[in-house]
Ligand binder design. Sequence first.
Ligand code: SF4
Ligand code: SF4
Length: 128
Amino acid sequence: MKIMLCFNSQIIKKPLIAEVILETGALVNINKATIDITGGELIINVPDEDAKKVIKSFKSRGVDIITLEKPIVRTDEECVHCGVCISVCPTNVFKYEADGSVSMDHKECIQCGACITACPHNALKLSR
Ligand code: SF4
Ligand code: SF4
């Protein structure tokens, strides 16, 4: 499961990720991190079976949590299945189906934003 962690400036210096991994034993994988002295946002990938305890552990440390069921959202009416997103996505979220349509595997998205910039029809946006 993809989870967004929002840190404020009060807790940004604490080794929270290390603490949560040690406490839960979960294999937490960091997909994206934006951090400065005012706070930070991280997107992590956690095995589904560990998600509840990881979320609980982060919340107990003052971290705000947003679960990303679908990290990227497509407005299907705008998509013309041109395939540009297939060529720019670093994690192979998009692929052509046999009928020529472009399908999506949301769980691979790391919210890098490359497809949003590339899509000629503005069909894609990041979810929050
Ligand atoms: S780049 Fe945009 S219009 Fe083209 S297939 Fe991807 S989502 Fe659809
Ligand atoms: S945001 Fe990045 S990882 Fe996610 S679908 Fe778009 S290009 Fe792929």
